[in-house]
Write a protein that binds this ligand. Structure first.
Ligand SMILES: Cc1ncc(COP(=O)(O)O)c(C=O)c1O
Length: 456
């Protein structure tokens, strides 16, 4: 038995779901057969092959919390582009702003009025007052790491074990069984051994943090305030206070990556929990799906950076990008933040995530599966361990790729899309209680097939 499930039964159920998938999706199959000629795996980005099923679902259109595939099947989207569409698909205010801006010039490498409005809104939400824009959260993290090294004169970045911060070389590190820093499984072609650039500590471990920072070679600590990329791992009481205290004491900049944890509220965990980072990173949904990332500094840090870089050299320091801060992205951010992802929208989204979590919990209780469900704001996840993990390693231990693939395909065949990375569900402003309940019903049927029927 693996995570309370018989692997043979799970494999047989998966095969049956695959058969049903193929039967109902001939148009996706035809498109896939054509796509593989020039797209490896038939997809424009390699990790799209990770979706459950014999081939991906090709999307015809998406609106709000739903999308329709090319076979005409309506789906509740709980993946929402893995947070890229947490504002819902094509929200009207963002579409209007983008349409209007696209007709007036898309990029000129000059600021537009929207840039200042977007920065004002990010300041109101996160408290840090000086903002810069990029095309992705990955770019924001890369730039912040570079600035941190530059101003502190220190070589290393501290991250937590099993973190994810985008395709940022320094962050693809993990701890081996002996506690040494090494490249994470799956890390392709690291440029240098990871222990040269990175210090790794388990999440929620204040003593490890203290030991790591005491060496005073860490330029910045880059953390999600709660881990979201290996399931959800919440901080224990006092962890953030210790993190802030130790980073200050040892001259390390504290970077809080809110790219996913924006789900906790309008100002992410930073506002919800009263955190005081030196730098905040955001991205994904803030532009409604139009490529944008951002990072915000304290006044003090922004001043240190400004004083240390001559204007003449500002374009060759490794920060920036021709399209960063473009007019289209800025219009999208301004509209999405001020008109879509509003304080009221967050309150509704959180209520729906509570409903989703309660539904999943009830199924777990009824089936007796040794699983649990966790929530952070409008994001929730179930995982295959009885208790909530404290570290990324504990969360990774609960992973079961084959079981996850079955549950995702089973839900997909019932018109519900979960993220292909672990078992995450996200609510957007357009999600309804019926959407939530559709997942609960699918999950109950899956638990019944996997556990109750398997035990007969
Ligand atoms: C916490 C966090 N930071 C940064 C990123 C990178 O975002 P993007 O792929 O949009 O650059 C991700 C992506 O999942 C993330 O989860």
């Amino acid at each position: 038995m693996s995570h309370a499930v018989d692997p043979e039964r799970r494999a047989a159920l998966y095969d049956e779901e695959s058969r049903q998938f193929a039967e109902r999706r001939p148009a996706s199959r035809r498109l896939h057969e054509r796509a593989v000629a020039h797209l490896p795996g038939g997809v424009p980005m390699s990790w799209m092959v990770k979706w459950a099923g014999p081939y991906p679902v090709y999307v015809q259109s998406a609106q709000g919390a739903h999308f329709t595939c090319v076979d005409g099947i309506d789906h509740v989207d709980l993946c929402l582009g893995d947070t890229g569409a947490m504002c819902g698909h094509s929200p009207a205010p963002t579409v209007a702003a983008v349409r209007e801006q696209a007709a007036r010039g898309i990029t000129s490498m000059l600021p537009t009025p929207d840039a200042a409005l977007a920065a004002e809104e990010l300041t109101r939400r996160f408290g840090v007052p000086q903002w810069q824009f990029t095309l992705s959260a990955t770019d924001s993290n890369r730039h912040v790491i570079r600035y941190a090294r530059h101003v502190t004169g220190r070589p290393k970045v501290l991250v937590v074990d099993y973190c994810y911060h985008g395709t940022v070389d320094e962050t693809f590190a993990t701890l081996d069984p002996q506690g040494r820093v090494t490249a994470r499984r799956g890390n392709l072609g690291p440029p240098v051994p990871l222990d040269l650039t990175t210090v790794v500590v388990p999440f929620n471990d204040v003593e490890a943090l203290e030991r790591a920072l005491a060496r005073e070679d860490v330029a910045c600590a880059l953390l999600e305030p709660a881990m979201t990329n290996i399931g959800i791992v919440l901080p224990v009481p006092g962890y953030h206070e210790a993190l802030r205290d130790l980073t200050r004491r040892h001259g390390t900049l504290l970077v809080i990556d809110e790219t996913h944890t924006l789900c906790a509220g309008p100002g992410g965990c930073t506002a919800a929990w009263g955190l005081q980072p030196d730098v905040v990173v955001v991205g994904k949904t803030i532009g409604g799906g139009i490529p944008t990332g951002a990072f915000g500094f304290t006044e003090e840090l922004a001043g240190r950076i400004a004083r240390s870089i001559p204007e003449e050299d500002i374009d060759v320091g490794g920060i920036g990008g021709t399209l960063a801060g473009n007019a289209l992205s800025m219009a999208a951010v301004r509209a999405t933040l001020t008109e879509v992802l509003t304080d009221e929208a967050f309150a509704r989204m959180e209520g729906l995530a509570v409903r989703w979590t309660e539904g999943v919990q009830q199924v777990i209780d009824t089936s007796g599966a040794p699983w649990h469900v966790t929530r952070l704001g409008c994001r929730a996840e179930y995982a295959f361990s009885p208790g909530e993990p404290l570290t990324g390693a504990e969360a990774a231990e609960a992973d079961d790729f084959a079981l996850q693939q079955y549950l995702h395909l089973q839900a997909l065949n019932r018109g519900v899309l979960l993220t292909p990375f672990h078992n995450m569900a996200l609510m957007c402003p357009a999600t309804t209680t019926a959407d939530v309940d559709a997942h609960t019903a699918a999950f109950a049927a899956a638990a019944d097939e996997l556990i109750s029927a398997g035990a007969e």
